[in-house]
Design a protein around this ligand. Structure first.
Ligand code: GDP
Length: 427
């Protein structure tokens, strides 16, 4: 059984929390794209954990976690993340963490190149997290990367690194005028941070194919939402990889596998980190109140997130891009302070009402059409059944469900594992 958990919006939909919850029913959790540019926040009985690279199943005993070939891995960051979790008592071994031999390594010069380029752009910057993700994916497609499995063949790896460094210096030194890269120091970096994870490197595609054949339950975990996908997102303000569920089997290493169930994670309001079009954005005191209520500060960077009401246009598009079978609506409790709840039900472009998500410059010109739904104005964080929800909250869920055209299977009303409602099937 292959399940995918995918973000419907701009990321930070609470995917980490839903994967943590749903991983209880899984044998294997796989990250299939991205690097340490985003963070999942998971709160459970052991504490609060921010996971940038590790799959969220790492916090569950008995779950095997796979970092797939579609990922870009900063080894130093990975070692730090593993160390922090071990310090908190989480066991991480070659038994519960498997790293694809085909995943590419995000090198220190990728980070450096990311920073050099953002600085060069000045005011026109992309709002990159400066973790090297764009440059490393670029190099992957230029076929100039070191892969995790190369660490197991040191002579080959060293030789390849030396050729890459010579080439990379054409950019770092000659184009940006920075100090040339030191090949020996980079080799030492690979040796130092490669050693602790060496035993975890394997052909994870083979492992997963066997797991599925044995009837194991495998979950694909996306790192960013549909609107950050390199093809379908708000390009160029996207991530540099495919975040959509359809890429999941490829990035996991099982390209021919069919996904049985795609669960889209969608937040009860909108947030967006960094630059780029965000049509439903709120400003001033109204925005500040929502940001505070939802604790909307980036998990990886601490940056305050841009906030807005639920965006029907963008979410319906996200549901379509993900091919979602069902949805989890998160952070509904955050809206409890509102008397009436704004919802962005459509856009206007040049005065004309638009229901489909536009691209490029048209999206820049889009303006939100806001309608209001009644608030419930009470604490819903203790609700565990549909019937516990106040009528207005239930109406909000059902209205959104109707707008995006996909059933909402879970409603999350708090950050803890048990703070959710499984919506009953409609008769
Ligand atoms: P992710 O990257 O998609 O996992 O999203 P974030 O890093 O933004 O994590 C979501 C944040 O909201 C974390 O701090 C969670 O603990 C918290 N959270 C998740 N679901 C809920 C919810 O239903 N209600 C509340 N109040 N907080 C939640």
């Amino acid at each position: 059984m292959l399940t995918a958990i995918a973000g419907i919006n701009w990321g930070d939909e609470g995917k980490g929390r839903m994967v943590d919850l749903l991983s209880e029913r899984q044998d294997v959790v796989v990250r299939y794209q991205g690097g340490n540019n985003a963070g999942h926040t998971v709160v459970n009985s052991r504490g609060k954990f921010i996971l940038n690279l590790l799959p969220s199943g790492i916090l569950r005993e008995g779950v095997v976690n796979v970092m797939g070939n579609g990922m870009v891995i900063d080894l130093e960051h990975l070692c730090g993340e593993i160390g922090r979790l071990r310090d908190a008592g989480v066991s991480i071994t070659a038994e519960n963490l498997k790293i694809s031999d085909r995943a590419v390594i995000c090198m220190p010069y990728h980070k450096q190149q990311d920073c050099l380029e953002e600085d060069r752009l000045g005011d026109a910057k992309f709002g990159s997290t400066r973790r090297g993700i764009g440059p490393v994916y670029g190099d992957k497609y230029l076929k100039k990367c070191i892969r995790m499995g190369d660490l197991l063949s040191p002579e080959y790896c060293k030789k390849r690194l030396s050729g890459i460094v010579e080439w990379k210096n054409l950019t770092i030194e000659k184009a940006y005028g920075a100090k040339p890269l030191d090949g020996e120091a980079l080799w030492q970096w690979l040796v130092t941070y490669g050693a602790p994870v060496r035993e975890m490197i394997c052909d994870t595609g083979l492992y997963l194919a066997n797991a599925l054949r044995e009837g194991k339950r495998v979950m694909l975990e996306a790192q960013l939402g549909a609107l950050r996908d390199i093809d379908f997102g708000i390009y160029p303000f996207t991530s540099s990889s495919s975040t959509v569920a359809a890429y999941g089997p490829i990035g996991a290493g099982i390209p021919g596998a069919k996904i049985d169930d795609v669960i889209g994670i969608m937040k009860a309001y909108s947030t967006c980190v960094g630059e780029g079009p965000f049509t439903c954005e709120m400003f001033g005191a109204e925005a500040e109140r929502l940001r505070e209520a939802g604790g909307e500060y980036g998990a990886a960077t601490g940056r305050p997130r841009r906030v807005g009401p639920f965006d029907v246009v963008a979410s319906r598009y996200g549901v379509r891009a993900q091919g979602a079978d069902a949805l989890a609506l998160t952070k509904l409790d955050v809206l409890s302070y509102l008397n009436e709840i704004p919802v962005c039900v459509a856009y206007t472009v040049d005065g004309k009402r638009v229901g489909e998500f536009p691209m490029g410059e048209t999206l820049d010109r889009a303006r939100p059409v806001i309608e209001y739904l009644p608030g419930w104005h009470c604490d819903i964080s203790k609700c565990r059944r549909m019937k516990d929800l106040p009528q207005e909250a239930l109406d909000y869920v059902r209205t959104i469900e109707g707008y995006v055209g996909c059933p909402i299977r879970y409603v999350s009303v708090g950050p803890e594992r048990g703070d959710y409602i499984e919506m009953e099937e409609r008769t």
